[in-house]
Design a protein around this ligand. Structure first.
Ligand code: SAH
Length: 226
């Protein structure tokens, strides 16, 4: 049995109806981009976490452990970041770069929103597991890179949108340069011990604009690969 088939059997907590409730909770928290809400109503988040945690997979504010000291981002933050990405000058981005694949849940949401997704992860076993999960779910528009995301991935660029799901102490210059004009970068900036700022950077014909939208808490962006 494939990973997905085995995970789909069993729990009633993992049904369409549970996902629909999650979407309503996101809406009541202020998420407005309909396409993001639709997609999040479709992606089976429970498949991305281990079986013992599946019943909690649709709680909007729960970051759950995925091994290697990392966490799956909460549905709320995935919704917020995906919405920000879709609200840039270009609308829903066609080509996206994600730094920090983790379990691959945000990757799946992006793969449904966009035509082409490049995703970079530094921890090989996490990347391999995400690759298997996403293949079992039949996503075929994702390109995986085992690399240090501090440098983005110039090979796939330039991108309409870039999203980083680990916190950098400062904005990596390479990521900005890998945006098309009109493109948007969404990332948490700050040290792990302090409040980090979810930051939106737009590339314009003249240069870059930057705004801070939220206080957030992410695992740190770590140099090097494992
Ligand atoms: N979107 C993921 C979030 C995982 S947590 C999810 O919902 O599962 C952040 C991820 O960023 C971790 O998997 C971590 O290994 C990865 N990461 C941290 N520093 C990185 C770097 N320099 N390059 C690429 N990935 C990195």
């Amino acid at each position: 049995m494939s990973v997905v088939a085995s995970k789909f059997t069993g729990s009633g907590m993992t049904s369409d109806r549970t996902r629909a409730r999650m979407v309503e909770a996101l809406r009541s928290k202020g998420v407005k981009v309909e396409r993001v809400l639709t997609v999040m109503g479709e992606v089976p988040r429970h498949v991305f976490v281990e079986e013992a945690l599946q019943e909690r997979a649709y709680e909007v504010d729960k970051a759950l452990p995925i091994g290697h000291g990392q966490t799956i981002s909460t549905p709320e933050i995935v919704a917020i970041m995906s919405s920000l990405l879709c609200e840039g000058a270009l609308g829903i981005p066609k080509k996206v770069l994600e730094i920090g694949t983790g379990c691959g849940y945000q990757t799946a949401v992006l793969a449904k929103l966009s035509k082409e997704v490049y995703t970079v992860e530094r921890i090989a076993p996490l990347m391999d597991r995400a690759r298997r999960t996403l293949r079992d779910l039949r996503y075929f528009n994702i390109i995986f890179k085992h690399a240090d995301g501090h440098f983005g991935y110039a090979g796939g660029g330039p991108y309409d949108g870039i999203i980083m799901t680990a916190a950098a102490t400062r904005v990596p210059e390479e990521l900005k340069q890998q945006l098309v004009v009109g493109g948007r970068l969404v990332l948490p900036v700050g040290k792990e011990s302090e409040s980090q700022k979810l930051t939106v950077i737009d590339r314009t014909a003249e240069g870059y604009t930057e705004k801070v939208v939220h206080d957030v808490r992410f695992v740190p962006l770590v140099p090097g690969i494992l």
